[in-house]
Write a protein that binds this ligand. Structure first.
Ligand SMILES: C[C@H](O)[C@H](O)[C@@H](O)C(=O)CO
Ligand SMILES: [Mn+2]
Length: 425
């Protein structure tokens, strides 16, 4: 049977439950995933090539072929996007500036990212942004926006201010709102004597960062919390409660990173509550394995539940779905493809569920029907719909993408091991 014929058969089954699959695919194609550039080079960036990764995050593995220049990174992302259905966004960190100038983080300007903007325009992609408040001499104490030294604080405030302007430039140039997300690693390894004062300093620093009004059509601000980091195990200044309060009080997007909570705590269960008190949410879809390990996302229960919560609560219009994982033990292009395809699959799976029937059964107290229907739908022919979606959008069906990645690895990635990079082409 052809992919189209399997699709037509599967469609009939879903139609029996009032699910219009063609309409589902039309809606799915509108959803943009913000694909993080930092999977491509193990969060090194280009500004400070000799700087080690700090901030309590860590990348493990030594798979060959990491991008060494902005151009290589863009080529790798193009390869990944050619294997992922739909048109998406790219999420940049400030350290990915493409410039020959010796410029520090507090001096960054939109022009240092012009090549990214030109490329995004040419590729039909949107851009999102993040100040990089780690891997820098001035973050060596593990403190940035909450640092007790006013001068160091000012450096990071200026960097975050500059980042918002870069974000607004992206949004204006590309005609797509840029989400600029602030995450700082600030915290203490051991039990703090004073939990309040650093949080007060962080709050005041953020007030300064966000003081200038920017057109929300161009830039939306987000703030990202964390439970702990390596070397900041006892206390994180920007905890979930801190940013939940800050975001709600100041109308900022609250970023939920799947790896930033207690091991059994899930972000899927937070979306409905947050949606009642905010105008939007930012997600960092990740996979914590025992800690905030940032494994490539797989199609596991939590990813499916994130998809369900977004679909069932009608949150797709206000939620910005970003990815945040970095695995250097496998082919990095494949990592993007696997994680992004899985995220889209989870959304599609959720859109193909009989949501109204499930909600009705629940309302009537018929929990038997709720459970029976939910379970039976797990073996509905979702794969036939997914395959057709890939074919229709011109990307490889099923695992056919893997041979393309292997060929790219052979012809491009492995060559990087022997040759010197051509910087800033
Ligand atoms: C690169 C980081 O993953 C990112 O800035 C931040 O979102 C994070 O999750 C830190 O743990
Ligand atoms: Mn994150």
């Amino acid at each position: 049977m052809t992919i189209k014929a399997s699709y037509e058969e599967a469609k009939k089954l879903y139609a029996q439950h009032g699910i219009d699959v063609d309409e589902v695919l039309r809606k799915l194609e509108e959803i943009k995933i913000s694909v993080h550039c930092w999977q491509g080079d193990d969060v090194r960036g280009f500004l400070f090539q000799d700087q080690e990764l700090t901030g309590g995050i860590s990348v493990t593995g030594n798979y060959p072929g990491a991008a060494r220049t902005p151009n290589e990174l863009r080529k790798d992302m193009e390869k990944a996007f050619s294997l992922i259905p739909g048109k998406h966004k790219v999420n940049l960190h400030a350290i990915y500036a493409d410039t020959n100038e010796k410029v520090d983080l507090n001096e960054l300007e939109p022009r240092h990212f012009q090549s990214w903007v030109d490329w995004a325009k040419e590729q039909g992609l949107g851009l999102d942004f993040n100040p990089t408040c780690f891997s820098h001499e001035k973050s060596k104490d593990g403190l940035t926006l909450s640092h007790p030294d006013a001068e160091i604080r000012k450096f990071w405030i200026d960097h975050c201010k500059a980042s918002r302007k870069i974000g607004a430039y992206f949004g204006e140039q590309l005609g797509q709102t840029c989400v600029t997300n602030v995450w700082v690693p600030d915290g203490y390894k051991d039990i703090p004597a004073d939990r309040l004062t650093p949080r007060r300093r962080l709050k005041e620093a953020l007030d300064e960062v966000f003081a200038e009004e920017l057109d929300p059509k161009h830039n939306l601000d987000a703030v990202e919390s964390k439970l702990f980091g390596l070397g900041a195990e006892a206390y994180t200044v920007g905890s979930h409660e801190f940013y939940m309060g800050y975001g709600i009080q100041n109308d900022k997007l609250i970023c939920l990173d799947a790896g930033h909570f207690h091991p059994t705590e899930v972000i899927s269960n937070k979306l409905s509550s947050l949606s009642l008190f905010t105008n939007g949410i930012l997600l960092h879809v990740s996979r914590p394995v025992r800690w905030d390990s940032d494994h490539v996302v797989v199609l596991d229960d939590e990813l499916l539940d994130i998809g369900r919560e977004l679909v069932r609560n009608d949150l797709l219009g206000t939620t910005h779905i970003g990815l945040d994982f970095f695995d250097a033990s496998i082919n990095r292009v494949a990592a993007w493809v696997i994680g992004t395809r899985n995220t889209i699959k989870a959304l599609l799976r959720a859109m193909l569920e009989p949501v109204e029937a499930l909600k009705q059964a629940e309302l009537e107290g018929d929990y038997t029907t709720r459970l029976a229907l939910a379970e039976e739908f797990k073996s509905y022919p979702f794969g036939a719909i997914w395959d057709y979606y890939c074919e229709k959008t011109g990307v490889p069906v099923r695992e056919a993408w893997l041979s393309e990645v292997k060929a790219y690895e052979k012809s491009v990635l492995l060559g990087r091991e022997e040759s010197a990079p051509t910087v800033h082409q």
